[in-house]
Design a protein around this ligand. Structure first.
Ligand code: Z2T
Length: 820
């Protein structure tokens, strides 16, 4: 076998050339021999595939070297377990990171192919809902960049996040088929397959003289098969692996059933297995709750854990070294069942004692929390867990017993706190709390912004924090500057290089050298020109896709993110209506021309979120067609928001809307992307906005509204939205026009319940924050009216956002949590 040979003695493929002529020949070679197409009949998609295959080859050599090096150095490996990876397109990222952009462009153009055209055909890998999945993608790129041997583990969904279509202004969900043309980036690994069980029973062996052993006998089994995608870091430093699991039946066809004439029944098992990894759950901040979701969570956790333990035993004699050689980061609680699965594998399969296994498990796992919303915290009904994973349920009880006994006997914890730290929620139907499991089974629990981490300590995890005060720590989120500056904004990247040289390409914090250019009128003019061109690009996209014309000289005011009440797209829309009223009432004033852009998807079952989309479209129709507005205000809701659309919108923004109810957005990452690309932020003191304020300075960001403490106080003491609304003429008028059907003449009560929510409870503080928000918007207008001041501020935003690079975030994880 090759294994026994010395790699150095083997014939080696010729080193890959970066000469455009040679690469052009290689592209033709792939087209002919891999795709089986003649140049004459090749379609744009064939050129895309052929190009990816050529790029891919240049990554593979580095991939193998990276894997070998981790092995030879006995390096610690980091495993990022995530049910979501929102990657977007891969080709531009890969080409740019290996430094071949110009060469590949030239190679293609010698063949009469435009790189930008074929790049636009690559489907978005949308295996995620929003921020959490996009963060996982930025982290994968940064881990490769800062040279950490890391594996991402997730699910290879056949259908990623749904495609959003508008039908009369309503969201309609269509299936997304990113694999329709095949996926040239992935490698199927049939040899990396594991069995994953469900259901059945637990056999107990021994118990009198010898120690008890447990053997789980699952009733159902499926195969998890690996698909690997290489992830290349900046300058090709290192290539890591994203390993996504696909479910396969053990028996593809039940021949006995088939032969007996039951053709459908013969495929039952096959269909059931494959349905496990067929579709991504589209709810971003409410737990899916269905059995299939729990099956997905366990399926990918079990396969990943088996793979991790197998790899460890290949290199080390036993598991005592596991915490030194392996770190497993749980991306929220979705993979938290991994903790029980690790315990089961160590105890039941590998014969370790419970206590020893527990020390190893806790030393290996760490957990990132991404939300405090109580309705978003995962918990599973005890009977469901007992039926689907009986052995894991036993382990939950064992962990719980140990923890509660310790809390009671050694820490004298009172009853009420014991109830709150228990893995079992006893209020009503008994449920297993996955957040508590993740906390108790980990040596590190982190939040994703400074404010969020403090709130974790004070709210959801207050009692667990008092029991284990050293475990909670903060790791403020970041974004990769490769995708979110260099690739999406080549104009700005070029301008920055002219001004301060290339250092910032390797260390985003070097962007601070740009600070002094804020006072340079010549530089500001060029900065403004780059922005204008990016706005023209967005205007063209909108014209092409929607047939709407927008004026690039107007202020581009953008709110793009999942649609959620706490993110307060509704606050923005109410203010839009108020502004519309003001423009018509006071046509003599100097209104700043604005285009308000919105984009984002709503969870299919989230009624109010879908209503907010309809409201945006209804408002857009009325305002955009009203001649009294004289083009001073336009509203555009762009359908099907995804990573690729963000890459066009982010560089084109003048104003970034980050206006969540304080205390509710764990971090936000869109906020960072906009500021890095030279937008001014209007935002609340929420999530990472707080730290952005610290970095850019309070004269370079427009902050408004209640603080998290004020929101908590108002909720506890009760506030009176009706009184607030009555005191604000602008607000009452805007709300009553929406509620009375001014924007929905075809169904006048369409929005009445939505607006009633503001009058009756105003949970999200839309009324409470309205005046502050409207005033902040007029402050933005005033800054805009002085372009020198505007561009000085936006240049300073770009200059001071380097700290929000995900390279910094990953270095902090590596230093404090992984010790890698
Ligand atoms: C998600 O995108 C986020 C939190 C979730 O909690 C779930 C999803 Cl799908 C379970 C977001 C946060 O809302 C956002 O503030 C944060 O920036 C992002 O995760 C990454 O940490």
């Amino acid at each position: 076998m090759i294994n026994n040979l010395n790699a150095a003695d083997l014939p080696r493929p010729a080193p890959r050339s970066s000469n455009p002529e040679i690469m052009a020949a290689e592209i033709i070679e792939r087209l002919t021999y891999r795709i089986g197409k003649d140049v004459k009949v090749a379609k744009p998609h064939d050129w895309l595939t052929a190009t990816i295959l050529v790029v891919r080859d240049r990554i593979i050599d580095k991939w193998m070297a990276s894997t070998r090096k981790a092995y030879a150095d006995n390096s610690k490996r980091v495993y990022y377990l995530s049910l979501e990876f929102l990657i977007g397109r891969l080709m531009r990222d890969a080409i740019s990171n290996i430094g071949l952009m110009q060469e590949i462009r030239d190679a293609l153009s010698s063949l009469g192919v435009d790189l930008d055209v074929i790049a636009g055909l690559e489907p978005d890998a949308a295996l995620g809902n929003g921020g959490l999945g996009r963060l996982a993608a930025c982290f994968m790129e940064s881990m490769a960049t800062v040279d950490i041997p890391a594996y991402g583990y997730g699910i290879r969904y056949v259908h990623g996040l749904f495609r959003q279509q508008m039908a009369d202004g309503w969201q309609v969900e269509l299936p997304e088929t990113w694999l329709a043309h095949g996926n040239p980036w992935e490698f199927e690994r049939r040899e990396s397959s594991y069995e994953v069980g469900f259901g059945g029973s637990v056999e107990t062996i021994g118990g009198y003289e010898e120690p008890q052993r447990f053997v789980w006998k699952p009733a159902e089994r499926v195969i998890a098969m690996a698909y690997d995608t290489p992830v290349v870091g900046w300058r090709g430093t290192r290539v890591n692996t994203l390993r996504l699991w696909s479910a396969q039946p053990i028996d593809p066809i039940l021949l006995a059933a088939f032969n007996a004439g039951d053709h459908i029944g013969a495929l039952k098992e096959s269909n059931k297995a494959e349905s496990l990894t067929r579709v991504l759950y589209p709810a971003d901040a409410t737990p899916a709750g269905q059995e299939l979701r729990l099956r997905q969570e366990f399926f990918f956790s079990s396969a990943s854990l088996q793979d991790i333990l197998r790899r460890h035993l290949q290199q080390y004699p036993d598991f005592t070294s596991l915490p030194d050689k392996v770190s497993i980061q749980l991306n929220d609680t979705h993979p938290a069942i991994s903790i029980c699965e690790m315990m089961r594998l160590l105890c039941d399969v590998h014969g370790l004692e419970f206590d020893e296994a527990w020390t190893i498990t806790r030393g290996t796992f760490s957990y990132t929390n991404h939300t405090l919303l109580p309705e978003a915290l995962e918990s599973w009904p005890v009977p469901l867990l007992e039926r689907l994973l009986p052995r894991h349920m036993q382990i939950v009880y064992a962990i719980n017993a140990n923890t509660l006994v310790y809390a009671r006997k050694e820490k004298k914890m009172p009853d009420q706190q014991i109830r709150s730290i228990s893995l079992i929620d006893e209020n009503g139907e008994r449920r297993v709390r996955m957040g508590n499991l993740a906390f108790i089974g980990s040596h590190s629990i982190n939040g994703v912004s400074a404010l969020h981490t403090e709130l974790m300590k004070e709210t959801v995890f207050a009692d667990l924090h008092s029991l284990y005060p050293d475990r909670i720590n903060n790791k403020t989120n970041g974004i990769t500057p490769r995708r979110w500056l260099m690739q999406c904004n080549p104009g700005l990247t070029g301008l920055i290089r002219e001004a301060i040289g290339d250092d910032f390409l390797d260390d985003a914090e070097k962007l601070t050298a740009l600070d002094r250019f804020a006072d340079d009128a010549g530089f500001r003019a060029k900065f403004a020109e780059v922005k204008r061109l990016n706005k023209v690009r967005l205007a063209n996209t909108v014209a092409q896709r929607m047939g709407i014309r927008v004026d690039p000289s107007a202020m581009f005011d953008i709110q793009i993110k999942r649609i959620h009440e706490y993110k307060r797209q509704l606050l923005n829309l109410v203010e839009t209506v108020a502004l519309y009223d003001q423009i018509r009432s006071h046509p003599e004033l100097d209104w700043v021309p604005r285009v308000k852009f919105f984009a984002g998807k709503a969870a299919p079952s989230y009624h109010n979120a879908k209503l907010i989309i309809k409201l945006a479209n209804d408002i857009a129709r009325v305002i955009n067609n009203d001649p009294a507005v004289r083009g001073l205000l336009k509203v555009v809701f762009i359908p099907n928001y995804n990573v690729s659309l963000a890459e066009i919108m982010v560089p084109a923004a003048d104003l970034s809307e980050q206006i969540s109810t304080a205390g509710m957005e764990a971090s936000g990452t869109g906020n960072m992307k906009f500021a890095l690309n030279g937008a001014l932020t209007i935002g609340t003191l929420d999530g990472a906005n707080v730290e952005m304020l610290e970095h850019v300075g309070d004269e370079n960001i427009v902050i408004f509204g209640m603080t998290a403490d004020e929101v908590a106080k108002a909720r506890a003491e009760g506030h009176n939205p009706r009184a607030i609304i009555e005191q604000s003429a602008e607000l009452s008028q805007a709300l009553s026009s929406i509620a009375s059907g001014v924007f929905s003449p075809d169904d006048r009560s369409r929005f009445s319940a939505l607006i009633d929510g503001i009058y009756n409870s105003d949970w999200f503080m839309v009324a409470a924050d309205f005046d502050a928000y409207a005033n902040a918007q007029r402050e933005v207008d005033a800054i805009w009216s002085d372009p020198d001041s505007w561009y000085a501020k936006t240049v300073r935003n770009t200059a001071r956002m380097g700290w929000f690079s995900s390279d910094r975030t990953i270095r902090q994880y590596a230093a404090d949590i992984w010790r890698a």
